[in-house]
Write a protein that binds this ligand. Structure first.
Ligand code: SF4
Length: 172
């Protein structure tokens, strides 16, 4: 699995100050994609155990962070590996707010409860879902690019059996 980006601190990829990890590889091929070079699974740097340890160390030792956001590419094309990474991270940090971005919709990701995609989804708090639709692009939207995309409260959605929108603790 390759990383196409890593910010130890960011305010743009979810609520609060968050570490942001970008996983290479995407097969959604959205028209107007913000970064087509990230479609390539070999783009960027390999996530070696040494690099992973550095990132876990950064997150564990930054008390200002609200959590971690995982973007791409689309991390759900590397679902099993990303779940493993989350498990090793949380073993070090304790419970952590994890936001995850995907071109898949929530409904697509829950189709098969025995799938690696479902396993990854259930480890996270908020899903920013759906393909980027150029015709629906709206720069004023919070944490997403086009108006078809949603911010989903994953744990509430799994409990209620339907997609529940995430609500900010701040009012926008
Ligand atoms: S899901 Fe994201 S990374 Fe993949 S093609 Fe669409 S906009 Fe680009």
């Amino acid at each position: 699995m390759n990383l196409c980006g890593y910010y130890p601190e960011s305010i743009n990829e979810g609520e609060g100050l968050r570490a942001a990890l970008f996983i290479s590889g995407c097969r959604h091929y959205c028209k107007g994609c913000f970064s087509p070079k990230t479609w390539n699974f070999d783009y960027g740097e390999p996530l070696t155990l040494e690099r992973e340890a550095e990132i876990i160390h950064d997150i564990k030792n930054n008390p200002l962070l609200s959590g971690l956001s995982i973007l791409g590419g689309d991390p759900f094309f590397s679902a099993a590996e990303v779940s493993g990474l989350i498990d090793r991270l949380v073993a070090e940090t304790g419970p952590l707010s994890i936001w995850i971005y995907s071109g898949y919709t929530y409904e697509e990701l829950i189709e098969r409860p025995d799938s690696p995609e479902y396993e990854l989804l259930r480890r996270c708090e908020v899903l920013v879902d759906g393909r980027f639709v150029e015709e629906l692009r709206d720069p004023s939207l919070l944490y997403r690019g086009s108006s078809n995309q949603r911010l989903i409260d994953i744990q509430q959605s799994l409990r209620q059996g339907q997609a529940v929108l995430w609500e900010s603790i701040f009012s926008f």
